[in-house]
Design a protein. Sequence first.
Length: 579
Amino acid sequence: MEPTQNSISVDRRGEDGNNQINPDLPVNFIQDIISADLKAGKNDGRVHTRFPPEPNGYLHIGHAKSICLNFGLAQANRGLCNLRFDDTNPSKEEVEFVDSIKTDVRWLGFDWEERLYYASDYFEQLYEWALQLIKDGKAYVCDLTAEEIRAYRGTLTEPGKESPYSNRSVEENLELFEGMRAGEFPEGSRVLRARIDMASPNLNMRDPVLYRILKEPHHRTGDKWLIYPMYDYAHPLSDAIEAITHSICTLEFADHRPLYDWFIDNVNTEFKPHQYEFARLNLSYTVMSKRKLRALVEQGYVKGWDDPRMPTISGIRRRGYTPEAIRDFCDRIGVGKQDSTVDIALLEYCIREDLNRRASRVMAVLKPLKIVIDNYPEDQVEWLEIENNPETPESGTRQIPFAREIYIEQDDFMEDPPRKFFRLAPGREVRLKGAYIIKCEEVIKNETGEIIELRCTYDPDTKSGGPAAGRKVKGTLHWVSASHAVPAEVRLYDHLFVPENPDNDEDGRDFTQKLNPNSLSVISNCMLEPGVEASLPGERFQFLRQGYFVVDPDTRPGALVFNRIVALRDTWAKIQKKG
C-alpha cells in the first residue's frame, strides 16, 4: 500500500517492540544519533530511512555511498529503508533512469521490498498543502521572471527585496494558483512562492519557489499535471508522508535544512522528520556531477552511461567491480562531516582484495611472441595440472595443454637486456609457469628486422615431479599453447581524466579538455588458454602477471571481449606503507 497522509505503515524494531540495538552497528556520527534516539525512545523506537534519487540520470559511485549508508543503517538497526524517486521535473526524467536505478540498488545487495515510492504519488497531497499555505498567508503567486526573481533575491551580503506581487490577497492567489494548475497561463509566466523572509541571511529562505508551470508529460502521471513542485518543497513533505525518522542528505543540503523544517512546521502533517547531513564522496581523477556525466555521454566522449571508464554504478559494474568491493570501499571511507577527496587507489585496492580471493587464475598473452621448442616432439600434447587460485585451495586445479609451439609476451623477451632483466634473452633460461625450463637458442626476424619467432630448447627433467623440478632460474613466465589458444580482444582502461581534480577550473579549461586521451587501449588478437572459451559476460579472472579482467557484454560466440578491471600493482598498499 502506498503511504498517504492518513495511512502510514509503521513497523516496530523487533516483534516485542523493544529498543534492543544490533551489536554490529557501524561506527559513524549518524549511528551515534540513531543510538541516542533509540535510547531516548524517540520515534517510538523506529528507524526508517530512505534513498531518494532523482531519475534524471544514472547513479554514480557517490550515490553508492548514500545507498550503503541509508540501507545499511536501516539493516543495522532493524529498521526500514524506502526507495523513493523524487520525480518532480519531467523535462529531465526518463523511465530508463528509473529502471537503471532499481538495477543499481539491487546489484549493490539491497532490497526495498514493497517500499517503492515516487514523489508523484503525493502530487495531490502536495497541492492541497500548497493551497493551505496560501490560505494561511504563507504563499503567493508571483509574476516575476526567473531572472527578476534572482535579482530580487539579493546576495550573501545584501538582503533581498519584496516581490511586487507578494501582497496579493488570499482569494487572488487561490484563483491564480488554480489557474496555473488548469493550464491557463504559459510556462515561465507565474510561480508559487513561499512567503518567509526576504532579509534572511540564508538565501534559501528568501521566498523560495514552490511550484512552476511546466507543460511536459510526466513518465507516470502523463498530462494530468501542468504544474510541478520544486525539490525543496516536495522532498521534506514526502519524508513526512512516509514517516521517515532520519532523513540523510549530503552536506550541500545543510543550508536547506531551515527550509526543510519550515515546510514541515507549516503544513498539517502528523510526522515531523529531521534532516541530517554527511560529506559526499569525491573521488580523484573523476567527476561526480550528473550534468557533467550527462555531457560526457551526450557529446560522445564516452560510449554510454555504462562505459567502463565512467564512475556510474552501471559503468563500474561493466568494468567488473563487485558489489562486495563497493560496499567494502564505502565502509572504509566512513561517514564524515567535512568534504574531502578519496584517492581512487583505495577503490582499486578494495576490488583487488576481493578478487584476489574469488577470481580464478588463467594465462593470457596480450601481445604474443611465438616460440618453437626444437627438441620437443612435434605431435605431442601434454596436459599439465595447475591451480585455479592459490589463495583458495578448495577451488581446485585445471588441465592446460602444452605443445611444441607456444606464445609468450613480447615484453618478456629482450635481445640485448639490461643487467636486472630476468626474463628471456638469447642464451638465457626461464621457467614456464607450471611447465618446463626453456632456453633461447635463436632469434628469428623478418626482412624489416622485427623479431617474429624464438627457437628454444627445453629441459624435460624440470617439469613438476621430474628429477630436476627444483632447479632454480630467476624468471617465470606465463604462456599459452599456440595450437590451443583462444583469441580475444582485451580493453585496457586508465583514469578518465589526466589531472587528479578535473573539477578545478582555476586553469580556465573546461572539464572536457582534461580528458585522458589514453583512457582506453584496445588490444586485438590476444591469446588465452582454452578453458576460457565458454566464459560468459560478467565472469572475472586474474590473468597471471597482467591484472584482473572481466568478460564484457560485447562478447559473442567465437569473439571474446575482456575488460581489465584493475592492474595487479597495489598502489594503495604502497601509499599506506609510505605513510
